[in-house]
Ligand binder design. Structure first.
Ligand code: DGL
Length: 287
């Protein structure tokens, strides 16, 4: 066996999201790491997470991670911001595989981008109420000013395929107004669906405000871990992708193709997930 083969691991990397929005994260990360195999799990049966309580989101998230472990992944990426905002190292460090969430990489990318240290966060109600981005930013730079805005109407508009619609643009404009008034220079797109709205968001905030997409930052984090061999890279030349969802709807495959900008995706496979109880060991110590 060659050295390269010894330090290779072709097990897939698992991604999960409450629904299909996380495919925007997978799309970018897959572009950055074309040799990896991927498993995507959309918990469409329980979508949306962004309107639910932290306890419920945390239970669903752990069930998804355990399911991905059963499918034999070497790492899990929590693509969903609402899910990422309820999970901390208390839960993640006790799992069998490394788990990446979008909050820390997103916060780091925003701090690297800001000049005025005034950062905006746009997300679901769950993400905003958790203050996960605020904590992650303040931990790294206590002086930074963070302004949050919940934007609950944007997820259904993207699901509907209305990314470039006057109605959506009007709603975006309304949501970002308080952030513009707060004179931010950097805006974290703190929800899986918002990268699909990049053009409308950039138009609404103007060219001087930088948009931060955590997919890019997660891709770089994986790169670092491949380098340090915390995670062994795959040596495949023909990378595979499998898509799973907990509930199937007729338009799912076409929505996935649209979000991934790829017309040759495999069809979704249905999957049942064993939910975890509120007393599960991995939930002990949750706030
Ligand atoms: N995936 C969720 C997020 O990034 C958005 C959709 C939902 O509310 O479940 O926060």
């Amino acid at each position: 066996m060659s050295e390269a083969q010894k330090s290779a691991d072709s097990r897939p990397i698992g991604f999960f999201d409450s629904g299909l929005g996380g495919l925007t994260v997978l799309r970018r990360v897959r572009e950055l790491h074309p040799k990896e195999n991927w498993i995507y799990l959309g918990d469409t049966a329980r979508l949306p997470y962004g309107t639910k309580s932290p306890d419920t989101i945390r239970r669903y998230s752990l069930a998804n991670i355990l399911q991905l472990q059963k499918l034999g992944v070497k790492a899990v990426v929590v693509a969903c911001n609402s899910a990422s905002s309820t999970l901390d190292s208390l839960h993640l460090d006790r799992l069998d595989v490394p788990v990446y969430n979008v909050i820390e990489p997103g916060a780091e990318a925003a701090l690297a981008a800001t000049e005025t240290r005034r950062i905006g966060v746009l997300g679901t109600r769950a993400t905003v109420q958790s203050k996960a981005y605020v904590r992650a930013l303040h931990l790294r730079d206590p002086q930074v000013l963070v302004y949050q805005q919940a934007a609950p109407l944007l997820v259904p508009l993207v699901e509907e395929g209305w990314e470039d619609d006057p109605v959506t643009n009007l709603i975006i404009y309304r949501y970002v107004q308080p952030l513009i008034a707060a004179q931010i220079d950097t805006l974290i797109m703190g929800c899986t669906h918002y990268p699909a709205l990049t053009a409308g968001l950039q138009r609404a905030v103007g060219g001087d405000i930088r948009l931060v997409d955590s997919a890019e930052a997660i891709g770089r984090q994986l790169e670092k871990d491949f380098h340090s061999l915390r995670l062994k890279p795959s040596a495949n030349s023909q990378a595979q992708l499998r898509l799973f969802a907990t509930d199937a709807s007729p338009q799912m495959d076409s929505t996935a193709q649209r979000l991934m900008k790829d017309a040759n995706l495999p069809s979704f496979e249905g999957i049942d997930i064993e939910l975890v109880s509120a007393q599960h060991d991995l939930l002990k110590g949750a706030k």
